[in-house]
Design a protein. Structure first.
Length: 406
């Protein structure tokens, strides 16, 4: 229906449109069998923001842009027919600002740019956080009219990497949204500082345990890491069906720090109090000194030299033959008693030395067990940090390449 304007100005156009405004209660078609094509432009510019632009053609109006002086005009929404397109996943009231006007073009097209803030439920899979992809579904429905879906291009915001899939199910149009998280923020603020702190704890193994108290350094590091986790707790996901892998990584880092502190306490105790301990049990000697010791390049020390010092068979035989010769030659002499007394004193001194040397050997064995545990935990630290760095770099590069492709 072509409208004529008396003058090429806006008041004349509004006066010509007044009969059309009186028909806002019915669908803008001449014949009821004619379908009204409603185009929905979906723009996602943030997790909490959605803009829905609705477009349709009103057959009751059209005007000559030259005679009326304009190609489009802004009119209140209540003066025109508006399609009842709703989103079924609404869980709360739409709190987006209300836009009371719509655009009306000279060829009959109407564009309604009403923003929508959707609060809906979505199944989250945060296992690969922050390299995760979330898939959410919006279903568009009309309570009064039948919907036939035709897939067209949708617009997405520049702040998110979003993939859209549209398909029709009965009288409902389903819009599936795939959102990929930008991981750079979480890597720079969460993962890299954690790797730095765990690396500092790794280099603390270089400190000599006999002359430096490692425990104070490690306790300070654990305290700082705990405060860091508390301050960054709001960046971690709080919902989901599975435990995020990043939570497991942070827990392992804290566990390694605590394990290194406990290992430092054990080594300090062995160094300071191993003289009061009994001999190393055989199973500990086999597992830690012989098996794990050789595995971490700390084999048990040789005892040949110590055995020669403690008990030399040739020296003992020479001493016994000399004693017999002296006894046979000095038998009946007064000096025999003094020599025997001196021999008994020497035997007591020898036994005391053997006992002391045996105790020193037990102490060295316990200290060696502590060094083996220290070296083993140091190797585990290196493997864990290397694996973590390589995994983060691979996932980050893969996520960045996928985001760049999109």
């Amino acid at each position: 229906m072509m409208l004529n304007c008396s003058e090429p100005d806006t008041p004349s156009l509004l006066e010509a449109l007044r009969p059309v405004f009186n028909l806002s209660a019915i669908r803008p078609v001449v014949y009821l069998s004619t379908a009204t094509n409603v185009t929905l432009d979906f723009t996602l510019f943030g997790i909490l923001g959605v803009v829905s632009d609705t477009k349709w053609k009103n057959e009751f109006l059209s005007w000559d842009s030259e005679s009326c002086g304009t190609e489009r005009i802004t009119v209140p929404r209540k003066l025109l027919w508006v399609p009842d397109v709703v989103i079924n996943e609404f869980m709360e009231k739409n709190t987006a600002p209300f836009v009371p006007y719509t655009y009306l073009f000279h060829d009959g097209w109407v564009i309604d740019g009403q923003p929508v803030r959707v609060v809906s439920s979505c199944r989250l899979d945060t296992y690969a956080f922050p390299f995760d992809i979330q898939n959410c579904t919006f279903s568009f429905n009309s309570y009064l009219h039948h919907i036939e879906t035709k897939c067209k291009d949708f617009m997405t915001g520049v702040n998110l990497c979003v993939g859209l899939t549209v398909f029709s199910l009965s009288n409902i149009t389903l819009l599936q949204i795939g959102v990929r998280r930008r991981a750079t923020l979480y890597i720079v603020n969460l993962l890299i500082p954690t790797c730095f702190l765990i690396t500092v704890d790794l280099f603390s193994f270089i400190l000599p345990p006999k002359s430096v108290d490692r425990s104070l350094f490690k306790m300070t590091l654990i305290l700082g890491y705990t405060v860091f986790l508390l301050s960054m707790n709001n960046m971690l996901p709080v919902s989901g069906n599975t435990i995020p892998l990043i939570n497991v990584f942070l827990t392992l880092c804290l566990s390694l720090m605590v394990a290194s502190l406990l290992e430092t306490i054990i080594i300090t105790n062995l160094i300071c109090g191993s003289a009061r301990y009994p001999a190393v049990p055989r199973w500990i000697r086999v597992i830690f000194l012989h098996i794990l010791g050789r595995l971490v390049c700390l084999p048990p020390k040789s005892k040949d030299q110590e055995d020669t010092v403690i008990s030399n068979p040739s020296a003992q035989a020479t001493q016994e033959s000399e004693t017999k010769r002296q006894e046979s030659s000095l038998n009946g002499d007064k000096a025999v008693q003094e020599l025997r007394s001196l021999n008994m004193d020497l035997q007591d001194i020898r036994h005391q030395l053997e006992k002391q040397l045996r105790g020193n050997q037990d102490t060295e064995d316990w200290i060696q067990v502590g060094f083996v545990i220290d070296r083993l935990l140091f190797i585990l630290y290196i493997l864990f940090i290397s694996t973590s760095f390589v995994t983060i770099i691979i996932l980050w590069g893969k996520s960045y390449s996928t985001l760049h492709d999109h």
